[in-house]
Design a protein around this ligand. Sequence first.
Ligand code: SF4
Ligand code: SF4
Length: 403
Amino acid sequence: MFNIPQGKFIVFGKIFWPQDFFIFGLTMVTFIFFIILFTAAFGRLFCGWACPQTNFMEMMFRKVEFMVLGSANEQKALKQAPWTGKKITKVAVKHVLFFLLSFIIANFFLAYVIGIDDLEKIITEPLSGHLAGLTSILIFSGVFYGVYAFFREQACTVVCPYGRLQSVLLDKNSMIVAYDYNRGEPRGIQKKNQPAELEFGDCIDCFQCVRVCPTGIDIRNGVQMECVGCTACIDACNDVMDKVHKPRGLIRYASENSIATGEPLHYTPRMKMYTGLCLVVLTALSALLFTRKDINVTVMRTPGQLFQERGADSVSNLYNIKVMNKTNKDIPLTIKLVNIDGNVQVVGKPYVHVVKEGQGSGSFFIVLPAKDIHNRKTEVKLDLYEGDNKILTETTSFLGPVQ
Ligand code: SF4
Ligand code: SF4
């Protein structure tokens, strides 16, 4: 969950607050290093296989489009046909289904922001109490609908910063979707009026790879920023190769160098350097994550208070305690003195109650025998317990009368 309004992030069950922002920042840096390494080695594999934009587009919206409007050729014919009742019905059904899918995606998206429990309340409780939530869902639905119905692959070629970085991150050894020009050129097929000695490569210039390309490029022109690595052209060309009884793989995953020289893919020094950087940031991140505490405690003497004399033989100090509970269970916190005889009296209850994923605060007295106070300031150590389980130790100071 990425609850930006509340500044609360939950990643794989671990709760992160603004105080953990440096961990979140380092996670982002690690993520970026891995993207750089991954792109240098495997090109735009992420775009074609993992990016939500491509997956939603190819696995949902385009499938719906094919289901309602028919194959690519039928869609082209329908586009050019006059606006009859049949065409209006088909196009309207497509857009209604697109909006419904966008609405579902928007609900899931909002669940990542406000949490599934709050989303459930918006869905099940009277809408009058959740107008802001409903408006957010409708805005998100509208944005998703606009992207998938009209903007489509332009999101990859015009908006996506990762796409724009390709030209910097890729080199001639990166694995990309590539056309084997050595094998394919000169492209074409023998025609009756051409001289018999004219020799053609394996590409029969059928344009199937161009027709299926969602971004409308011709992969035979070399690596292009618009290629999202969806491999539709590989499948289309393999089908063509099967039909003309030629080996598959005229378009395939390969590096520019491997196409030019026929050598296999290399693990280059550049990739090794990126791997080293990734390991460094990953080690730092792991160290931060493993040393991070699930509970943060601040204990301070109450401002403006010195000490209180309790009868003839005891002295007390009043303290405020603030606890941040990053776990998903309530914690009743008890406090015990460690390094000195005396007792702790929590104001109100015998323990400080800290709700799950939240903060708790309270006040307590430390009462010490006057005979044990020899200095104006005495260091006291407090153990904080959840039941019999010691969570952490805090150190604070105790003010006593000057001897
Ligand atoms: S699908 Fe294959 S054979 Fe047809 S034009 Fe593209 S590369 Fe050439
Ligand atoms: S060139 Fe091929 S892999 Fe690249 S976007 Fe077009 S169809 Fe997909």
